[in-house]
Design a protein around this ligand. Structure first.
Ligand code: PLP
Length: 389
């Protein structure tokens, strides 16, 4: 029998598998504990921190989309990052991570390095000399975020994985921005994928969650052990909602991409805009790599408006369909000011090195009607362009 295509697998994940009442949608198991048959003998499930049927249904669906057998589902994306860092690190290890990673990841990496769990080397992955110097330190882990947050820089996963493996490092890719529809890091050579399932996978801005997907079953077992031991596994209700969201991931990603590309083209050349970052634009510096390794450019678009903070205020003052809010990946359009919001944890020098500037706005383009979004954004850019020096 041939395997279903990913969109079919996502829609049908776990359907018609209820042995009790033959429900089409798998039921939610809120129970914290399960009856044993005899001391030490269970029916499979024992205690919901260790394993829960609803969480497992979501885990199997996410894992399938990333091309793996199983996944660990954490209570947040940061819970997933924290689990991997604790599972893989020992004092004396070197961890290589992007200099422009998500602000929360930067904060955790820095805090754990300061506690002595590992030595942190932050690199610009687009600089081959800097990457070679970092790999010469023989890191235990190399972390990638591509497209990066918020500048949507693209890193060649297969190339970095080959070089990192040559020095014995485990390669971890944060695939939150692309989603499993956009790229498949395990197939490109990564060892581990993590997601903030809060974003595209759930897709409705009503669940905080994370996932860890390992290519190797032994590595999966290690992650599972640490997630249970640290107590970061997700609850049943969140898992249920996230699985419901995942069923529509493929159609949502296409709609996000279509809208984001239209808005990116609108931003290009607009007199109120200084710079546009979207990997689907042919003049994006990472476009060629993105074409090679991505099958959907996604819905994240970053722009730098003219007039710095004044421009940002003019842009925001009058938006109709785009909320000023953190997070991304929901059906609704959001805009964030990275310097003061998503990346506020970064020190000023780290943020400047990562390329964050005052006039920068990160837009999570939703799936509203394209013409409405174009009209809203066009008015916002016009307000910026009308400012005088
Ligand atoms: N990774 C990326 C790329 C993110 O953007 C975020 C959150 O914004 C996280 C990880 C952390 O996820 P969570 O907020 O679910 O803990």
């Amino acid at each position: 029998m041939t395997e279903p295509n990913p969109a079919t697998a996502a829609v049908r994940a776990g359907l018609a598998s209820d042995p009790s009442h033959h429900a089409v949608v798998p039921p939610i198991y809120l129970s914290t504990n399960y009856v044993f048959t005899s001391p030490g003998e269970s029916h499979g499930y024992e205690y919901s921190r260790s394993a829960n049927p609803t969480r497992q249904a979501f885990a199997s669906a996410v894992a399938g989309l990333e091309g793996a057998a199983n996944a660990v589902i954490a209570s947040s994306g940061m819970g997933a990052v924290n689990t991997v860092l604790h599972a893989l690190s020992a004092p004396g290890d070197v961890v290589v991570a992007p200099f422009d990673c998500y602000g929360g990841s930067w904060r955790l990496l820095t805090a754990l390095a300061e506690k002595g769990l590992f030595e942190l080397v932050l690199v610009d992955f687009s600089d081959p000399a800097a990457l070679a110097a970092a790999l010469a330190r023989r890191p235990s882990q190399v972390w990638l975020e591509t497209p990066s947050n918020p500048l949507l820089r693209i890193t060649d996963i297969a190339d970095v994985a080959a070089h990192a493996h040559a020095v014995g490092a485990v390669v971890v890719v944060d695939n939150t921005f692309a989603s499993p529809v956009g790229q498949a890091p395990l197939r490109l050579g990564a060892d581990l994928v993590i997601h903030s399932t809060t974003k595209y996978i759930n897709g409705h801005s009503d669940v905080i969650g994370g996932a860890i997907i390992a290519a190797d079953p032994a590595l999966h077992e290690r992650m599972d052990w640490w997630a249970n031991t640290m107590g970061v596994t997700a609850g049943a209700l969140d898992s249920y909602l996230a699985l419901r969201g995942l069923r529509t991931l493929h159609v949502r990603m296409r709609a996000h991409e279509e809208n984001a590309l239209a808005l990116a083209k609108l931003a290009q050349g607009h007199p109120g805009v200084e710079a546009v970052y979207y990997p689907g634009l042919p003049d994006h510096p990472g476009h060629d790599i993105a074409v090679a390794q991505m099958s959907c450019f996604g819905g994240m678009l970053t722009v730098t408006v003219k007039h710095g903070r004044r421009g940002v205020d003019a842009f925001l003052d009058g938006l109709r369909y785009i909320c000023l809010a953190e997070s991304l990946g929901g059906v609704e359009s959001l805009v964030a000011h990275p310097l003061t919001m998503t990346h506020a944890a970064m020190t000023a020098d780290v943020a400047a090195r990562a390329g964050l500037v005052d006039g920068m706005l990160r837009i999570s383009v939703g799936i509203e009607d394209k013409d409405d979004l174009i009209a809203d954004l066009s008015d916002a850019f016009d307000r910026v362009a009308a400012l005088t020096d």
